[in-house]
Write a protein that binds this ligand. Structure first.
Ligand code: GDP
Ligand code: IMO
Ligand code: MG
Length: 420
């Protein structure tokens, strides 16, 4: 099994690369996160944003699996399912859902909002999809799972969890659900039950035995990981490579290539430390030309230069064997491009990511910028130099260079570096 994941703070362009390389795989499997993710695919000039459904769905030969590590909002899931039916008419047969995946209840969303409101200025900047409270119920051993939909006592379990949520919401002074909201959710789970619910760890084991190629699709990014990200400004799951093992029930010995996706610059949506953030017109220009507005929430993304200590950290934590450089076209036309090679923290210089980077100042190197990019010619020398500098620092080859959102705006690159 190969793993593809984000090496920054999310929105690196994972969806695009999964869609491009899915042709080489028979199974695409999401392993964590939920509708907080927004993976954008452009196919023949049409934009599709996937939240929970894996990004292989538009490749008719692939099976797409929603793994046990994912949290599912039935309402959002069904909307997404209906929205892609015209382009993927056989989706019903190619979409499998793990019985062990946890369900997001409408009260989880209310708890997410109440918790964020209470935090005030300290808020995480959550997508308010109920992700944190759902994973809390998972680890607290209170959660409802997809497999529970097949049980006769589903309604009792649902009522008992909602009752617990109401007690918590009472502490926050938040209103209870309307009857309509509850009905909408129950209607959605009835429909979800009609889809293909499976014991996905066995499905994957059988796929491996049959020699089928599996790609695990990450969501969010390494620096949003619950353990290794910029805690507490993170999501509530393990977004790193190890999460593919626990989120799919696949042993680490099955993992082959680990493909790290990163942008030619950095972005972050929501709160938390961001050492290379640009507060000037260059940042504004990157936001505009990169259309850096959230795929899920529409919020403007914070923009800054590429952060090599953070990228090297992502390579280390995930065991990344190769990299895909995205959105290099967005920096086209800048005279100089900044690159952060180290941090200065409390007067000390370091090229590692320590426990706390909230006071890290970037040590920047300036490299010459490049002009317009095209799929027909070689990469401009200045961009090649930029890529060499990255490779030299992180010691992993950049194998893919993406120069636009469409499938065919993707170049394969041969690197002087051998794979890690
Ligand atoms: P994901 O969450 O990692 O899948 O990334 P998102 O879909 O949230 O954000 C990436 C955005 O960049 C989407 O709007 C993509 O269509 C777009 N995109 C991906 N690759 C490229 C690229 O190489 N150049 C440009 N200009 N846009 C890209
Ligand atoms: P994809 O898969 C970018 C961020 C939120 C917030 C923090 C916690 O599209 O790359 P949560 O709703 O998970 O409790 O929010 O994590 N976040 C993302 N940022 N891309 C994502 O997903 C994200 N998923 C969550 O903005 O700062
Ligand atoms: Mg996204």
């Amino acid at each position: 099994m190969d793993v593809l994941l984000g090496a920054q703070w999310g929105d690196e362009g994972k969806g695009k690369v999964v869609d491009v390389i899915a042709a080489d795989y028979q199974v695409i499997a999401r392993f964590q996160g939920g509708p907080n993710a927004g993976h954008t695919l452009w196919i023949d000039g049409r934009k599709h944003v996937l939240h929970t459904i894996p990004s292989g769905v538009f490749r008719p030969e692939t099976t797409n699996l929603v793994g046990n590590g994912v949290v599912i909002d039935p309402i959002i899931f069904l909307k997404e399912f209906e929205a892609i039916r015209d382009l993927a008419p056989d989706i019903h047969d190619r979409l499998l859902i793990s019985r062990r995946a946890h369900l997001i209840l409408p009260t989880h969303r209310l708890l997410d909002a109440a918790s964020e409101a209470e935090k005030g200025d300290e808020r995480i900047g959550s997508t308010l999809k109920g992700i944190g409270p759902t994973y809390m119920d998972k680890t607290g051993r209170n959660g409802l799972r997809v497999g529970d939909l097949e049980r006769s006592d589903l309604m009792d379990r649902f009522r008992s969890l909602v009752k617990k949520h109401y007690r918590l919401l009472g502490l926050y002074g938040t209103q209870e659900l309307t009857k309509e909201a509850e009905q909408e959710w129950l209607e959605a789970v009835r429909k979800l039950r009609e889809l293909k619910l499976v014991d996905s760890e066995h499905v994957l084991e059988n796929a491996f035995r049959a020699g089928r190629r599996v790609l695990a699709e990450g969501a969010q990014g390494t620096l949003l990981d619950i353990d290794f990200g910029t805690y507490p400004y993170v999501t509530s799951s393990n977004t790193v490579c190890a999460g593919a093992c626990t989120g799919l029930g696949v042993p680490p010995t099955r993992i082959g290539r680990v493909i790290g996706i990163f942008k030619a610059y950095s972005t972050r949506v929501g709160s938390g430390p961001f050492p290379t953030e640009l507060h000037d017109e260059v940042g504004e220009r990157i936001r505009r030309s990169g259309n850096e507005f959230g795929s899920t929430t529409g919020r403007p993304r914070r923009c800054g230069w590429l952060d090599l200590p953070a990228l090297r950290y992502a390579v280390m934590i995930n065991g990344i064997t190769e990299l895909a450089l995205m959105k290099s076209d967005v920096l086209s036309g800048l005279g100089q491009v900044g690159l952060c090679t180290a941090y200065e923290i409390g007067g000390q210089r370091t090229d590692h990511v320590p426990f706390d980077i909230s006071d890290a100042h970037p040590v920047l190197e300036e490299l010459p910028g490049w002009g317009e990019l095209s799929t027909s010619g070689p990469l401009p020398d200045a961009l090649e130099r930029y890529i060499h500098r990255i490779e030299e620092t992180v010691q992993v080859p950049v194998r893919i260079v993406s120069i636009g959102p469409e499938r065919d705006q993707t170049l394969e690159r041969s690197s002087a570096l051998k794979e890690a």
